[in-house]
Structures are given as structure tokens and as C-alpha cells.
Design a protein around this ligand. Structure first.
Ligand code: MRU
Length: 470
């Protein structure tokens, strides 16, 4: 476990007392729930129906981008990132087309990302027009969750390639290489970030670093970014269905699932991972009760998971993280489902701080501990957990809760954002290629081979990228 210090500014202070219920917001949440439920219902149906639905969702997400307009220069966009303009869904905007995932396209040159720091009180979008906007949004945790930050990074880099399409090849190379590095360094632990950036840069390098074909480079990187988004939709849907197989059968009572951090659509795109399995079981009308760890210090469980489950109508109870131990000891937890930020080649898994503690408790009490993650979160280049870089986040996240200081000023703090669960404490890893059990090393490699063979046969993404002006 190697610590890295990175100190982006802490989330903004708590929003003022929420205004009286705003009908468009209520309509948004209801629509959001409808989307999640109907998506989950698709999951429980045939995989092919899911793929059709994912392609349809992807076309909504990707396809209805208006014709390209003369995009702002890199500099202009960097300025806009500094002062994100809050955007809320207006009454006449069809809410369903507004929010479906943690981000959506507002135009050909602007991605709108939900500011998750403001949830659940405020629904605000932050415009992303360049790779540095995206790096900013990731560093500040406007968008978070391994799969979502990979997708936003890819789209941000593609937008910069579009802006640099007319630049001189040397200038373009400096811009793309520089922005790619800035994205990779935005947050160190989630491998999806580096994986997505490397995929786009590979398309660029394949065309040629000093190629004069700026439009061709931009189109290829846009194509790769869109493929990453559509594949995530497809993968998470498959993963959610595969995960149903690891849920214990219980008689005459709801199944008690415990989850940690947030692994729903906000963290992933269209479907969640660990929370995707919950939504799929819910859509199958399986009686469920979800224990939601609040997930100190950033409260992803209290703020985001509780919000998503509330909208989805899934029975859930919020708990202080420390309550998990006694609940496990009292036999009130049947299975633990968590996500992952990076799975090493041997199965050791990095996830939100507190996950390792849950795994130790689960083993102590004989409860299945299941990691749900797409293969894009597997890093075969990292042999074991000790080599996974662990992000150290700002002290304020511990000392303050939404701007209210809870510890004496100047209190020294250690705030690792993730920990590593050794493979031997993991019961199963659920992926889009099915359930993998120990020994994880060969299982993960075999799953990746299956995925690559399936991808070669049938790419889930069939939408022409928007043309780039020559
Ligand atoms: O710091 P965060 O909120 O980005 O941490 C997120 C997690 O640890 C998630 O469990 C993980 O990224 C998987 S999201 C499907």
C-alpha cells in the first residue's frame, strides 16, 4: 500500500436550507427512479434485450448531440472550468433526457457532469469542455467512482483532441500528452482512469504523434471515448445479471445485503455494479433490505447510495460504518456487496476505506464478501495489493462535515481514501464475464480473454461519432 499526497480543494460548504420541494426536481427524481427500475427490469430479462436497451440508452447518451459548433479554444474552456456554472433541469426540459447517468452531452463540445458534492440536496451540473476540465472535476470529486471517472476522462480528452484538431502537429502532441498526464494524475487509485486515457492515446499514437490529420485523430479518439461509455453500459448490465447468482437464498424474510460507499449509476454510468446487482434483484421482486454504510469521511453511502435506493424504491437502512460489526455478529447480514477501484492480478482489491475492515468481519462471521467490478477495473500489471497506489485525501474531509468543523483546528489527520482487501478474504468477484472464485489470478485472465473474444465478435457500440470539421 503506497501513500500518495494530493490536495485538491475540499468540497464546498453545505448548501443552505433546501428550498421548499421543487416540482421539477420531484419529477426528476421520480423519472430517475423510473429509469433505474426499468433498466434493472431489462437486466433481469435476456442479455440481448439488455444489449438492445444499452445501445438505445447509449444513443440517448451519445447520439443526440447537436451539430458541431465552432468549439471554444482550450484556453477558453480552462477559464470556464474555474467557475462552474450551476445548471438545474428547467420545467420544460424533459427530465428523463436530462439525467440518466452522472453525465450527459449538452452539445457537441460540452459534457454536463452532475456535481455529486452537492447531492442529495442540490442537483447541479458542471460543464466539461476539455481534458483539464475533466481532470478538475475528477480531482475535486464532482464526479467519482472508478467507472464514471474513466468515462469522463475519456470524453474530456476527446473534446480536447477536437479543439486541437487544427493545431500544428507539435502543438497538438504537447497538448494531448500534457492533458493525458494531467488526467492520469487526477486520482491515483482507480485504474479505470489510466486505462481509459491509455486507450485514447493508443488511438492517437496509431495514427501518428506528428500526423497532420488532426480531424482524423479527433474522430478516432471520440470513437474510442464513445466505445468506452457504451461498453460500460453493456458490461455493468451483464455484471448485474451475473451477480444474482451469488445472492444467498433465504426463506420467509428479506435478504439482508450490506454495501459500502456508492456503486450505483452515479459511480458507473447507466447501471451500477454492486448496487446494480441490488437493483436487478429488486426488479425481480426479491424481498431485500440493504444496510447502507454512511462511508465516512466523504459520506458516499449516506449522500449518494441512500439517494439512489430511495429513488429506486429499494428498502434500505443507513448505518454508521461501525454498526456493521454488531449487525454481522447478530446474523443480520446475509451478504456483503462492494465495488472496486483496482483489482490486482492476484485478486487483491482496492476499494473505499473501510472495505478491508468489512472483509475481516465477514470472514469472522462466515458471511459471503463479494466484489462486483467490471474487468476494466482489473490491473494485471499490478501483481498484488501492496503495489496499488492509495490516494491520501485532504484533512478537511475528516475535520469537517459539510463545512462544519468537528475537530479542533490544526488537528493532525491521516485520510487514506482507499484500502486493500487481500484475495483470501474475498468470496467471489462478479464481473461482466460471470462469477470468479479463488484462485482469482487465472480466473481473471480467463475472463478477460472471454471478454476480448466477445468484443472482437460484437462491439456493443454502433453509433457513428459526430463528424469533426477538417
Ligand atoms: O472516492 P470515490 O467515491 O471515488 O470511491 C469510490 C469507490 O470506492 C467505489 O466503491 C468504486 O469506485 C467502485 S464504483 C463502481
Amino acid at each position: 500500500m503506497t501513500a500518495t499526497t494530493d490536495s485538491p480543494s475540499t468540497p464546498e460548504p453545505a448548501a443552505p436550507e433546501p428550498a421548499p420541494a421543487d416540482p421539477s426536481r420531484r419529477r426528476f427524481f421520480r423519472q430517475f427512479a423510473g429509469e433505474v427500475i426499468s433498466s434493472a427490469a431489462q437486466v433481469v430479462g435476456a442479455v440481448s434485450e439488455l444489449r438492445d436497451r444499452s445501445a438505445a440508452e447509449a444513443s440517448v447518451l451519445l447520439g443526440d448531440r447537436p451539430k458541431p459548433s465552432a468549439g471554444p479554444s482550450v484556453a477558453g474552456s480552462a477559464a470556464s472550468a474555474a467557475s462552474p456554472a450551476p445548471v438545474t433541469p428547467t420545467d420544460d426540459a424533459p427530465v428523463s433526457a436530462v439525467f440518466r447517468t452522472p453525465f450527459r452531452f449538452e452539445s457537441d463540445t460540452t459534457l454536463l457532469v452532475i456535481d455529486q458534492r452537492k447531492l442529495p440536496d442540490q442537483l447541479v451540473e458542471m460543464p466539461v469542455r476539455t481534458a483539464s476540465d475533466a481532470a478538475n472535476a475528477i480531482k475535486l470529486m464532482v464526479v467519482r467512482g472508478a467507472p464514471a471517472i474513466g468515462q469522463v476522462a475519456a470524453i474530456g480528452l476527446a473534446l480536447t483532441a477536437r479543439i486541437a484538431a487544427k493545431s500544428h502537429p507539435h502543438a497538438r502532441r504537447a497538448i494531448l500528452e500534457g492533458q493525458a498526464d494531467a488526467l492520469r494524475e487526477a486520482r491515483p487509485t482507480a485504474v479505470n482512469l489510466r486505462w481509459a486515457v491509455d486507450r485514447l492515446m493508443a488511438r492517437y499514437h496509431a495514427i501518428g504523434d506528428l500526423s497532420k490529420e488532426g480531424a482524423e485523430i479527433a474522430a478516432a479518439m471520440d470513437d474510442e471515448a464513445m466505445a468506452i461509455v457504451a461498453e460500460a453500459n453493456d458490461d455493468h448490465g451483464r455484471l448485474a445479471e451475473a451477480g444474482l447468482a451469488v445472492l444467498p437464498e433465504v426463506e420467509g424474510r428479506p435478504l439482508n445485503v450490506l454495501t459500502h460507499c456508492n456503486t450505483g449509476p452515479l459511480a458507473c454510468g447507466q447501471f451500477g455494479t454492486a448496487l446494480g446487482v441490488v437493483q436487478a434483484a429488486h426488479a425481480q421482486d426479491r424481498p431485500l433490505r440493504v444496510w447502507v454504510d454512511e462511508t465516512r469521511p466523504y459520506l458516499q453511502g449516506a449522500r449518494l447510495t441512500a439517494w439512489e435506493l430511495q429513488q429506486a424504491g429499494v428498502d434500505h437502512t443507513l448505518i454508521p460504518d461501525m454498526a456493521a460489526g454488531p449487525l454481522l455478529a447478530q446474523g443480520e447480514v446475509d451478504v456483503i456487496l462492494v465495488g472496486a477501484d483496482r483489482i490486482a492480478a492476484n485478486g487483491d482489491t482496492a476499494n473505499k476505506i473501510g472495505t478491508y475492515t468489512l472483509a475481516v468481519l465477514a470472514q469472522r462471521h462466515g458471511v459471503p464478501f463479494v466484489v462486483c467490478a467490471p474487468l476494466s477495473s482489473v490491473d494485471l500489471e499490478t501483481r498484488e495489493g501492496a503495489a496499488i497506489p492509495i490516494e491520501d485525501r485532504p484533512a478537511d474531509e475528516v475535520i469537517e462535515i459539510r463545512g462544519v468543523r468537528i475537530a479542533p483546528a490544526g488537528t493532525p489527520v491521516r485520510n487514506p481514501a482507499f484500502d486493500v482487501t487481500p484475495a483470501e478474504l474475498i468470496t467471489a468477484i462478479v464481473t461482466e464475464e460471470g462469477v470468479i472464485r479463488s484462485p482469482f489470478g487465472e480466473g481473471l485472465r480467463a475472463a478477460m480473454d472471454r471478454r476480448d473474444a466477445r468484443r472482437a465478435a460484437d462491439r456493443p457500440y454502433a453509433i457513428e461519432p459526430a463528424p469533426v470539421e477538417a
